[in-house]
Ligand binder design. Structure first.
Ligand SMILES: NC(=O)c1ccc[n+]([C@@H]2O[C@H](COP(=O)([O-])OP(=O)(O)OC[C@H]3O[C@@H](n4cnc5c(N)ncnc54)[C@H](OP(=O)(O)O)[C@@H]3O)[C@@H](O)[C@H]2O)c1
Length: 209
């Protein structure tokens, strides 16, 4: 596994921004929307040159790491059989205006990432890239060890996967803050202090403690 091919499911504000950052960092990028790839091909070509518009099944088939950047309320449309033994970054948030009642997507007492894990039982879910707005993601990339470099939190149950995602985040231009188990992803959800955070590692650690 080289981890040099990034897949993105969702070609909206977040998906396209991540495609831009990943291309800039030298990754091969495959991206899908909800419909035929031809519907997003031109915008992908213009906004993230070099990224490939494909179906979601193709994204999962060819990518080392897949980022979910689609509305949370639609994750049940993903085919579990497409996501077998794949490292998946859940960058989605529950947003009632878009997703309807939370209980339609996420069972009581669960984090949204745990619900995604339940739907994709053979994927390895890591929560990351969800708490910073797409405009900040776009504007705030900095080389490693730059003073005041901004940080992105990562939650997951497998140390090796957290490390892999942390290296990706570093390559995209941010420090990565390991906040532990996937269940700690609740600390990054809307309504919690770290949601929307565009801050340094030190400050993010305080917001997630
Ligand atoms: N916007 C941000 O700053 C930001 C930051 C961090 C995290 N997030 C999270 O990222 C997710 C996407 O947000 P966004 O702002 O990028 O939304 P958006 O601009 O509305 O884009 C959503 C994208 O998801 C696609 N999509 C919908 N259903 C799909 C499906 N079944 N399969 C594949 N793709 C599907 C849409 O395609 P169609 O247009 O074809 O329907 C669209 O390209 C949300 O969960 C959000 O909370 C957003």
């Amino acid at each position: 596994m080289q981890n040099n091919t990034i897949g993105i499911v969702g070609a909206g504000k977040l998906g396209i921004t991540l495609a831009q950052l990943a291309r800039k960092a030298g990754y091969e990028v495959y991206i899908s929307g909800s419909r035929d790839p031809s519907k997003i091909e031109l915008s992908v070509q213009v906004l993230a040159p070099g990224a490939h518009a494909v179906t979601t099944s193709e994204v999962a088939r060819v990518s080392d790491i897949v980022v979910l950047a689609m509305p949370l309320g639609k994750f049940h449309l993903l085919k579990p059989e497409d996501f077998v033994d794949i490292l998946v970054i859940d960058a989605m948030n529950y947003w009632w205006e878009v997703d309807g009642p939370r209980s339609d997507s996420v069972a009581e007492g669960m984090t949204s990432s745990e619900a995604v894990q339940l739907h994709l039982p053979q994927a390895r879910i890591v929560k990351a890239l969800n708490h910073m707005g797409y405009h900040d993601l776009h504007d705030e990339t900095r080389p490693a060890v730059t003073p005041e470099r901004k940080a992105i939190a990562v939650a997951g149950d497998n140390k090796a996967d957290i490390d892999t995602v942390s290296r990706l985040i570093d390559a995209l231009g941010f420090d990565a803050l390991n906040i532990g188990a996937l269940s700690n992803g609740s600390l990054l959800e809307p309504g919690h202090p770290a949601f929307g955070a565009n801050v340094t590692m030190h400050k993010l650690a305080r917001l997630t403690s």
